[in-house]
Design a protein around this ligand. Structure first.
Ligand code: ATR
Length: 307
């Protein structure tokens, strides 16, 4: 599919962006720009390398330049909780921000998406943080792996922003048992405590499972770089113990973890579906229109697989 832009960049073009570190692997610009063009919006979506120590000024910069909105990826999703002006219920509930919408206050005191101010400028601008990852995770797990989550035993690798949301969302879907593993064990411990506090029925362990699990999810950044080790300790857990493996990483499209899981006979899926659904929802939050999901999916597949 060729990338058709609604119009050339001009003085009215509005901007969105994803901030991350690293960001070069991101397929979001291909996906989002295809969607924005299909909606006929004179907007562009950029990918910007932002170091965590510069997240705050980078957020202020986008606000000052009246961007429409932002996506945030590794390692910004938790940090941004304290940096946006207001938090939507979704960000409060899941404890991480992956989508920001810039909003302006009109004469009557109502906050509206900033792109709606075409003639009169707003008298004040604010940033609002949302989370669109949680629903995207479980939708992709169901569609791409056919996992029955209710009652399932699930191993989650990683307890950063993505791992935390995954664990909490799985608990909300009534999985039976969760096993949480993280390089920094205290972070897995605090996610476990949060899950226990909210979901009394879910058994949570901060250790590798003994016996079989239905699903293993990689929510660490291990696998992004070719030299990365596997995100799990093969001495403590064999991939033969899991039916299915989901890697939130989508580039490379087959991480060493997914390759090893395939050899072990597991069903596997990468994070493309999660990226698609979180991105489509983010676009809806910015534009107020339904996102052209199939166009975005095709652009994503072309970008990642060259299809
Ligand atoms: P995100 O918002 O995408 O989850 P993050 O909050 O920075 O990003 O989380 C990154 C995850 O990858 C964390 O679980 C992190 O482990 P720590 O909590 O110990 O930092 C994990 N991770 C990153 N680099 C790692 C490495 N070299 N080895 C093991 N785990 C790593």
């Amino acid at each position: 599919m060729s990338e058709l832009f609604a119009s050339p960049i001009n003085a009215s073009t509005r901007y969105c962006a994803v901030y991350g570190h690293p960001i070069k692997h991101s397929a979001s610009p291909a996906m989002q720009n295809a969607g924005l063009a299909a909606l006929g919006l004179n907007w562009r979506y950029l990918a910007l390398e932002v170091r965590p120590e510069e997240l705050r000024p980078a957020l202020l910069g986008a606000k000052a330049m009246q961007f429409v909105g932002l996506n945030l990826t590794v390692p910004h999703k938790l940090l941004a909780m304290d940096m946006v002006d207001v938090l939507d219920e979704s960000a409060k509930h899941w404890g991480a921000v992956n989508t920001v919408r810039f909003e302006g206050r009109d004469k009557s005191g109502t906050w509206l998406p900033l792109h709606q101010f075409t003639e009169t400028p707003p008298d004040k601008i604010r940033s609002q943080g949302f989370n669109t990852d949680a629903d995207a995770i479980t939708r992709s797990l169901r569609e791409d792996l056919g996992v029955e989550l209710r009652g399932a035993r699930v191993l989650v690798l990683g307890a950063g922003g993505a791992g935390r949301v995954a664990a909490l969302k799985l608990a909300a879907e009534n999985v039976g048992e969760l096993f949480l593993i993280n390089r920094t064990p205290s972070k897995a411990g605090s996610v476990a405590a949060e899950v226990r506090r909210r979901h009394l029925d879910v058994k949570v362990h901060v250790e590798y499972p003994r016996g079989e699990v239905d699903l293993t999810i990689n929510a660490t950044s291990l696998g992004l770089a070719v030299e990365d080790p596997l995100p799990l300790d093969a001495k403590q857990f064999s991939l033969r113990q899991t039916q299915a493996v989901y890697d939130m990483i989508y580039r490379p499209s087959e991480t060493p973890l997914l390759r090893a899981a395939k050899v072990a006979g597991c069903r596997i899926a990468n994070g493309l579906g999660m990226l698609l659904y979180q991105g489509a929802k983010a676009q809806e939050i910015w534009s107020g229109q339904p996102a052209p999901v199939e166009i975005m999916r095709a652009a994503l597949k072309k970008n990642v697989y060259g299809l």
